[in-house]
Unconditional design. Sequence first.
Length: 93
Amino acid sequence: MMQTAAFPPAPNAVAAGPASLEFYGHAMTYLLVMTLLGWINLFLSPESFWSLWPLLGWGLGLFRHGVKTFWPPLKQSLRNHMSAHELARFGPF
């Protein structure tokens, strides 16, 4: 049996655990609520598809949450870009 050395987990891995669980909880809630709204829309007012608007609005928020959770380098590079832009605009203190 092969033994492995005990290394402490990387800080990003520790932080990503709860963040990914929060995202999956958010996604599950989104799916359940959107399914419920779709059925309500289908049975109570099938002539208009009003459930599309919450689907798109909340879906955009869920997408943003996914980007924030699973692509932190993108978030960090965007923050660095915006900081550099502000420093160029206003100059150093």
